[in-house]
Design a binder for this molecule. Sequence first.
Ligand SMILES: NC(=O)c1ccc[n+]([C@@H]2O[C@H](COP(=O)([O-])OP(=O)(O)OC[C@H]3O[C@@H](n4cnc5c(N)ncnc54)[C@H](OP(=O)(O)O)[C@@H]3O)[C@@H](O)[C@H]2O)c1
Length: 276
Amino acid sequence: MHHVTANGANIAALGFGTFELEPADAEAMVEHAIRAGYRHIDTAQMYNNEEAVGRGIRNAGVDRGDIFLTTKVWTDQFADGDLQASVRDSLERLGTDYLDLVLLHWPNPDISLKETMAALNAVQEEGLVRHIGISNFTAELIHEAASLSRVPLATNQVEYHPYLDQRPVLDALAEHGISLTAYCPLARGAVFKDPTLERIGKRYGKNAGQIGLRWLVQQDNVIAVPRSSKPAHVSSNLDIFDFSLTEEEMAEISKLHSDDGRMINPSFAPAWDTAA
Ligand SMILES: NC(=O)c1ccc[n+]([C@@H]2O[C@H](COP(=O)([O-])OP(=O)(O)OC[C@H]3O[C@@H](n4cnc5c(N)ncnc54)[C@H](OP(=O)(O)O)[C@@H]3O)[C@@H](O)[C@H]2O)c1
């Protein structure tokens, strides 16, 4: 497995996502993922599974220092003081004394980004958090967040898979040396039925999902965090580092996007960038 280095953060290109995993599944699957070789775990305050994720990490018996652990602050905790307290609560629930990465889960136009970025900088400067970042930020908001932060940002976690073109976001991130962490990297399971990905997969003895994940992590500065509740799937999703896609295959997969490819679009989402 390779790592993505972004503004001082060294992040395993494939991590394990835990959205919608009930606590029992989160605990068991995080332990399984680490035993299978994952070293990067993604959770969030909003997932209500931080305690279980923390137990899973400890049950796996790997040194805390070998794990890259991310959580995300929910948008109702963005005021100065609230954010710092909520990160302390996350540390308590996760049973650890630092986080590798803390993200703002979604933009919140009701609280000034200047105030929120100052609070996020404060938890990093206090040593509670090694790296900071954002999630669901558009190109314009990426520039704004980067300009308001004393500490360089490590990642912007956004939806990204073959059905969604994220070129404007990738271009904005590249200007600041920020990585992109792809959420819903399997398009919530849809990639497994894709004829193009299946056809390419046959050449390498891989399934369509493995081809979709490989397409992501083979791009510069892109990380992916697939999720599964099944041990065999968790292991299979990691098995993408023993082959490479050709430039032609990368380009063919890049053409699979469509205008309605976005899967996560809640009412509080920002006005998304549209690709040219
Ligand atoms: N920042 C944000 O706002 C945000 C939003 C959404 C997600 N995320 C993060 O991104 C992670 C991934 O996104 P996601 O969970 O929405 O979707 P995803 O990883 O794209 O897809 C998960 C789905 O794919 C299936 N799957 C996984 N591996 C499989 C395999 N090898 N074969 C067949 N099916 C497979 C899973 O079912 P099984 O359980 O049956 O395997 C599940 O239904 C989340 O867990 C979370 O950490 C972040």
